[in-house]
Design a binder for this molecule. Structure first.
Ligand code: SF4
Ligand code: SF4
Ligand code: SF4
Ligand code: FES
Length: 750
């Protein structure tokens, strides 16, 4: 237990951890201290001087955001002297502040408004002529109003410390000082860019979120709603596997913004560019609104009754001619647990087809089937001591996980040991050891943890392209770690993936260590889709199209966009194709029937994130009356086909069935999810495999590595994953404006 001290604040005795910041101790004990520049987890700044308090034996008032508590400290936080000083500070801040609260996005949610209100009349002693300055567009996403800025520098510290992007800085000095973009100089140093230059950054908008006033603004949502005029619903992001919690703001049936402010969810106030700015696809007028049936070669509008009856008739015809396995059903790592569970039931229980699953590039079910240690939550990632990262680029593809790993390195001095074939940003900036391997050689490094023969280790070095000392150091660091987090990237496949899942058990035979895993899965419900019983076999099933498989029900995937011509040609071989999606994607354009389904914002349900935590999605919008959730569509088709899938009429009913059938979900209810937030699934752990067999497989996989391939020396560019445009981001206007080049605009997204 950490050492504690006793302090007295306004006559109240408080016990607190030694060295904790006084402002934090006060706030945790219900003593309110006004502040602007203080922010939890950011380094102290002492810029605004709003948090002044009197500390006995100190000659002057002190900033409580920089003072650490010591035993016997006696503090006065409420007195005329303190109030007087704070009012004086507010005077300075308001000196040049515009009186445009009625048109400011932050009006009603502004820390300056609240603080002035709390302090009653301010003096107005600092009576200077206002210096109006026009708003300054920092990027497609972010605008800056210099006159509203209170110079707290939260934004700069957020960008430097939390994001590790270093895009913002102070420009000019004194009363002319503004916040503006900093660019990386040619020699790697920083230089202030000219006013008006675009912000060269990840565009996460976390600086906007953290700004206490309306100085930093999100361009896509500003002036569109007053905070009190907007209905906000807490839900889960629909992009990557991390599962950030967000507030979806809706006004007059239209999506306004996604924000994370004041959420107590797993991400605190963090969102990445996709979560924050990529949700406007929800009310994109290009959304499908009615079922479409191909007639005379054209997709034409139809009613749900017509569409589902037609689907059922065609499915039954094909099944009776070609047998049960002629119909394939593909769910998706994008759909809810409830949808994937119902689709799996339709295939297995309703039709009896062996051909069901999902399209994915990594066979994650192998990882979960061989798991030998629990998954770590993001909170646990933040406190990791040693991190072994096998592949993956969380900065670009799992941004919350990336932030949590950076936090562990920054705050806990965690030892990050990275094995990667790419020079990712994390490898360059946070890694204590970067084992830069040749492409596709991860398996050789994983094999090294199962080998001890020096000759074999030397051979693995040759295969992986590492120096022997580097491999030995990596092994030593991992073997000696008492607390270890193993992060698995999506490029770890086959025998390497199984061996990676077994590694914790192999390293911890004595059970004296604490080892956890973080798999970097790509989609919002990659883990849930596997838990719902959908194998990642889409690419194999595709090879059977036109042969064993003659009909396909494809929900929530756009493989033609993702994989191109192979899928396009394969889908054309089918007798009958049904696609359920939000937009008329390139895949949907090939279908015989297209079904318009609800987005994550228009339905209730659950996702299971990369850390195995289940979280709710909540309906924020009604959606058009013609949209149906995927689970309901599956029920409708089952009913029309006359097959029993134990259909439930609500998402909550289906979730109860999920819990009954899947022991990892036991005890989780919608009520608990609402009340307590994210719930951890209790995954069964696997026994240790026969090492000799595993080693044999690993050696075989190592043999197949092409050792003539050179190391990839290219640096992974900012935005490689974050700015990649897919079906949903491509239908979010601001993302499209920022990341789709004009010449490819029409062809990029369908
Ligand atoms: S949007 Fe994110 S990356 Fe860009 S300046 Fe703000 S905090 Fe930094
Ligand atoms: S822009 Fe906002 S967060 Fe940044 S210094 Fe100004 S007031 Fe503070
Ligand atoms: S980190 Fe992942 S879950 Fe979080 S906002 Fe970004 S895409 Fe969404
Ligand atoms: S909050 Fe302490 S000086 Fe700003």
């Amino acid at each position: 237990m950490s050492e504690t001290v006793k302090i007295t604040v306004d006559g109240k005795e408080i016990t607190a951890p030694k060295g904790k910041l006084l402002i934090e101790v006060c706030m945790e004990n219900g003593i309110s201290i006004p502040n602007f520049c203080y922010y939890p987890d950011l380094s102290p700044q002492a810029a605004c001087r709003m948090c002044l308090v009197r500390i006995e034996k100190m000659p002057k008032l002190a900033t409580s955001c920089t003072v650490q508590v010591t035993d016997g400290m006696v503090v006065t936080s409420q007195s005329e002297e303190v109030l007087d000083a704070r009012k004086g500070m507010l005077d300075f801040i308001l000196g040049n502040h515009p009186l445009d609260c009625p048109v400011c996005d932050k009006g009603g949610q502004c820390e300056l408004q609240d603080t002035v209100f709390d302090h009653g009349t301010v003096y107005g002693h600092y009576n200077v002529k206002k210096n109006p300055t026009p708003e300054w567009r920092l990027s497609t996403f972010i605008a800056y109003d210099p006159q509203r800025c209170v110079k707290c520098y939260r934004c700069i510290r957020e960008c430097n410390e939390v994001m590790d992007v270093h895009a913002l800085g102070k420009i000019f000095r004194g009363t002319h000082e503004v916040i503006g973009p900093y660019g990386m100089g040619l020699q790697g140093g920083y230089h202030a860019m000219e006013k008006g230059d675009p912000l060269d950054c990840e565009q996460c908008g976390n600086c906007v979120e953290i700004c206490p006033v309306g100085a930093l603004l999100s361009v896509d949502s500003r002036f569109r709603s007053r905070p009190w005029d907007m209905h906000e619903t807490v839900t889960t992001c629909t992009y990557c596997g991390d599962g950030c919690q967000m507030n979806l703001g809706v006004r007059n049936g239209q999506y306004v913004r996604a924000a994370s402010k004041d959420l107590k969810g797993i991400n605190g106030e963090f969102l990445c560019v996709k979560g924050r700015y990529g949700c406007s696809f929800i009310t994109n007028p290009e959304r499908l609104t009615r079922p479409l049936i191909r007639r005379d070669g054209q997709l034409q509008e139809a009613s749900w009754e017509e569409a589902t009856r037609y689907i059922a008739t065609r499915f039954k015809e094909i099944l009776s001619q070609k047998g049960k396995d002629s119909l394939a059903i593909l769910g998706s790592p994008r759909l809810t647990n409830e949808a994937n569970f119902t689709l799996q039931r339709l295939a297995k229980r309703g039709i009896g087809s062996a051909n069901y699953g999902q399209i994915a590039d990594t066979e994650w079910e192998k990882f979960f089937a061989h798991l030998t240690a629990p998954l770590a939550t993001h909170a646990e990632v933040k406190t990791a001591k040693t991190i072994l990262m096998l592949g993956g680029d969380p900065t670009e593809n799992n941004p919350l996980s990336g932030m949590a790993i950076r936090y562990a390195v920054r705050k806990q001095d965690a030892r990050l040991l990275m094995v990667n074939s790419l020079r990712t940003k994390m490898a360059r900036r946070q890694a204590r050891l970067f084992a830069h391997i040749r492409p596709n050689a991860e398996v050789a490094v994983i094999a090294a943890f199962y080998e001890s023969d020096p000759a074999m280790l030397a051979r693995l070095c040759q295969i992986s392209g590492l120096k022997l000392e580097q491999l030995q150091r990596l092994r030593e660091e991992v073997l000696k770690a008492e607390e270890l987090l193993i992060v698995i990237g999506p490029e770890i496949k086959g025998a390497a993936l199984v061996a990676a899942a077994q590694l914790a058990g192999h390293l911890n035979k004595e059970r004296t260590k604490q080892i956890k895993y973080l798999p970097l899965v790509p989609y919002n419900n990659s883990v849930g889709a596997i838990d719902m019983g959908l194998p990642t076999n889409g690419q194999q099933l595709m090879k059977q199209f036109g042969q064993q498989i003659q009909a396909l029900y494809l929900a929530g995937s756009n493989p033609v966009e993702q994989y191109g011509i192979d899928w396009q040609e394969a889908l054309r071989k089918l007798q009958f194709l049904v696609v359920a999606d939000l937009f008329l994607t390139r895949t949907a354009q090939l279908a015989d029937v297209v079904l318009p389904v609800t987005s994550f914002a228009e339905q209730d349900g659950t996702y299971t994130n990369t850390t195995g935590q289940v979280q709710r999605i909540n309906r924020a919008l009604e959606g058009s009356g013609q949209l149906r959730p995927d689970w309901m569509v599956a029920n409708m088709i089952a009913r029309e086909m006359g097959v029993d899938i134990g259909a439930k009429g609500s998402a909550v009913g289906i979730f109860r069935d999920i819990v009954a059938e899947n022991s990892a979900y036991q005890g989780i209810t919608y009520e608990r999810l609402k009340r307590q937030g994210a719930q951890i699934t209790n995954r069964p752990l696997s026994e240790l495999m026969n090492v000799a067999e595993l080693v044999k497989e690993l050696r075989g996989a190592c043999q197949r590595i092409d050792t003539s391939v050179a190391h990839n020396q290219q640096v992974v560019a900012q935005g490689t994953g974050l700015f990649r445009i897919g079906t949903l981001t491509g239908h979010s206007p601001v993302m499209r404006e920022a990341f789709v080049k004009a010449e490819t605009l029409e062809t990029a997204i369908v």
